[in-house]
Structure formats: structure tokens, C-alpha cells
Design a protein. Structure first.
Length: 192
């Protein structure tokens, strides 16, 4: 299961905190836009990724209530936390930087915090998409709920596409392969 985090509603479309939704939407688009269904606070569809069928899930509760819908979907599917990949924004990573981790803290991210509390573990793989850094004087809560800047929008499709490529690598080749390929400093791709 690939869980993209974001906030529901038109007000939050195109905001930094919805990077997870954007990546899941790109994976759905690549699969030909299969029909979605809504159940227990989440929108879902299934797509082929690698040699498996994967559920794409977008909790449609607000970010700080993502845990309940994720736990419910996992229970219905009979999967454990190691079979879930959470895709979220990360305020502390420079814009466009990707980080894959097997587990770890929520780092102040309310969506991750809610999921970890609902599941009773932080042993959940995740892909963090850098949206920072916020200016020193910016309120962090306001910053993540703002739209991307014009300069960021100029690169956003590329960043979302690379994050979707990363998810496909995880499905096909595993977490270690994805970490080796995508966990690098921002801008390193142009040096390779």
C-alpha cells in the first residue's frame, strides 16, 4: 500500500503539505487513471507496480487525523506496517530532495505522528519529499499550507515525477535499492 499524505479540499490544492497526494496522483495517472472508491475516510484505487498490485491510498481526513483511515485500510487489506509506504512532505529537506527510510521519528510531521500513534509503531517505511527550507521568519504551519512559489512550481512536475519513479523502484527493487539511488543531496542528480 502506498499512502500519500495531504489535506482534503480545494483550499489545499497545490500547497506544500499536499506533496504526498501529488505523488500518489502521478502514480495513478501513470496507471491510466483507474477508478477510485471512498471508504472509511480514504480514497483508494489499485495499480500495477513492478510485479505486484498496489493500493494507492489518500486519507481524506485532515493531516493530523490520517492515522485512523490508514489503520482501517491496512486492517481490511490484512497487511502489516512493513508493507506500507507513506509519502509525505518534509519541511526540513531542501525543495526537491527525496529521502527513503525504513523507520524513524515523525520529525514534527502531524500526518506521520497520527499514523504512528494509530499503528502503535514508527516502523513504517516512508518517502519524504523536501519542500523546505522555510524562511527563518516564517511560521512553519503557515509555510506548509502555502502554495509553492513560482520558482518551485517550475520544478514541481519534475520533483513529483522523480518521487513517483522512486516509489516504482521500491516496488520493483526494494527499499535498499531506492535508498542507494535517491537518498542524496539536492542537485546531485545533475552531477551524475
Amino acid at each position: 500500500m502506498v499512502v500519500g499524505l495531504g489535506n482534503p479540499g480545494r483550499r489545499y490544492l497545490g500547497t506544500r503539505h499536499n506533496a504526498g497526494f501529488m505523488v500518489v496522483d502521478e502514480l495513478r495517472r501513470r496507471a491510466g487513471g483507474p477508478d477510485e472508491s471512498e471508504k472509511a475516510g480514504a480514497v483508494r484505487c489499485t495499480v500495477p507496480l513492478g510485479d505486484q498490485t498496489v493500493t494507492l491510498l489518500r486519507p481524506i481526513e485532515y493531516m493530523n487525523r490520517s492515522g485512523g483511515p490508514v489503520r482501517a485500510a491496512m486492517s481490511r487489506s490484512g497487511i502489516d506496517p512493513s508493507e506500507v509506504l507513506i509519502v509525505s512532505d518534509d519541511l526540513w529537506l531542501p525543495f526537491g530532495t527525496l529521502r527513503v527510510r525504513r523507520s524513524g521519528s515523525h520529525g514534527g510531521h502531524n500526518g506521520l505522528r497520527s499514523i504512528f500513534e494509530s499503528l502503535g509503531t514508527n516502523e513504517v517505511p516512508r518517502l519524504r519529499v523536501g519542500i523546505g527550507p522555510a524562511p527563518d521568519e516564517a511560521d512553519q504551519a503557515d509555510f506548509v499550507l502555502e502554495p509553492f512559489t513560482r520558482a518551485e512550481r517550475g520544478r514541481l512536475d519534475e520533483v513529483v515525477s522523480e518521487a513517483a519513479d522512486c516509489v516504482e523502484t521500491i516496488a520493483r527493487d526494494g527499499l535498499t535499492a531506492a535508498m542507494n539511488r535517491y537518498n542524496r543531496a539536492a542537485g546531485a542528480a545533475s552531477e551524475e
